[in-house]
Write a protein that binds this ligand. Structure first.
Ligand code: SAH
Length: 342
């Protein structure tokens, strides 16, 4: 803290620019509960730095769900009494969480941060991330030395969901990479040329993917980088649509990605593939609409499913004509792959 006027001079550690940073180590299962508690006292919400191990000679990181994550939040320290009260509120609620013995969490750590360092401080918490075998999620402000096999997504998460840090996003990315490995992402098998295409010599279609709840656009962009011809992303949140469009430009796939504000039906089907990282109740409600977006034999990857809701989603899918062919899990999160019946 360098500039302070006499009138505003207060106790050391507090000024117009000062914040208290609250940090708690929590295992992956406790992250949500701890975030919820900290967000009650932190107007700007919380950030989660996952536990990760360094790979690529320390240049990249891979999430390790066995290691604790760090949940952070900041409280304005301008009014030191209010700040102290906020810290106490958080400490008490965290104490309750510990007392119930439900979730192993660490002690609350508090430190003073100056806002002028703060603006960019959150960026430290997004490492370059490897997902699956080839995918690398690179925050736009970080550098990555790529190997020839790497498929790199440059992503600015901004305000939209989809940083690659959440287990459900990673499950979907791994599924999309698997589709590519299985040859489902390359030009559709025996493409039938329509009249126009015959004249110009271009196939009438490559693989088309619908990204339902596109958020930052991470899934659709990964699909395009792995060989899909076209992606339509839908999301009712205008911030997500903006983020998806900006990230598509950043990754030079904007011409092949259409982001539309809204939900289903997309009115742009049928699609060969659908990615839907939503929540279980929404997947149940949208099962019929999701099926209707797919051509017969098309596949859907659905995630955001907490393990205890899995049977509900499986049943709704089966009723809608989506036969579950594969299941993957990370912690308590499940991803299902299903095939549209004829
Ligand atoms: N696809 C990203 C983001 C998933 S978060 C990823 O995998 O990381 C879920 C997204 O679904 C949010 O952006 C939210 O705005 C969107 N959403 C919420 N309700 C929806 C609905 N009814 N139809 C489609 N998307 C919806």
């Amino acid at each position: 803290m360098t500039t302070r006027t006499g009138a505003e001079e207060t106790t050391p550690g507090t000024s117009d620019h000062a914040w208290l940073e609250l940090a708690v180590a929590a295992d992956l299962e406790a992250v949500e509960a701890v975030s919820e508690i900290l967000s009650r006292v932190a107007p700007g919400g919380t950030s989660v730095e996952p536990g990760f191990e360094l790979v690529d000679e320390g240049l990249g990181a891979r999430i390790d769900s066995e290691r604790p994550a760090i949940v952070r939040a900041s409280v304005p320290a301008r009014d030191s009494d209010a700040a102290a009260a906020a810290v106490e509120t958080a400490r008490t609620a965290l104490g309750h969480l510990q007392a119930f013995g439900l979730r192993p969490i660490g002690e609350l750590a508090v430190r003073t941060v100056d806002e002028r360092d703060w603006a960019d401080a959150w960026k430290r918490h997004f490492p370059v991330l490897r997902v699956g075998r080839r995918l690398v999620i690179r925050p736009t402000w970080r550098r990555h030395r790529r190997t020839p096999e790497d498929v790199v997504l440059a992503l600015d998460p901004g305000m939209a969901f989809g940083t690659g840090l959440h287990p459900t996003t990673r499950l979907c990315l791994a599924g999309i990479e698997r589709w590519a490995d299985e040859g489902r992402m390359a030009a559709a098998p025996p493409v039938k040329l329509d009249g126009e295409a015959r004249r110009t010599g271009t196939p009438s279609s490559g693989v088309r993917l619908l990204d339902v709840g596109c958020g930052s656009g991470i899934l659709g962009i990964a699909a395009l980088k792995l060989g899909a011809a076209n992606v339509v992303g839908v999301d009712p949140d205008p911030i997500a649509i903006e983020a998806t469009a900006a990230n598509a430009r950043r990754n030079r796939v904007a011409r092949r990605l259409t982001a539309v504000e809204g939900s289903l039906p997309s009115a742009r089907g049928p699609f060969d593939l659908v990615a839907a990282n939503l929540i279980a109740s929404l997947l149940v409600r949208l099962a019929g609409d999701l099926r209707a977006e797919l051509r017969p034999g098309g596949r859907i990857l659905a995630s955001g499913i907490f393990v205890d809701r899995e049977p509900d989603v499986t049943n709704a899918f089966e009723r809608a004509g989506l036969g579950v062919v594969r299941r993957d899990a990370e912690g308590e999160w499940v991803a299902l792959e299903a095939e549209a019946g004829g």
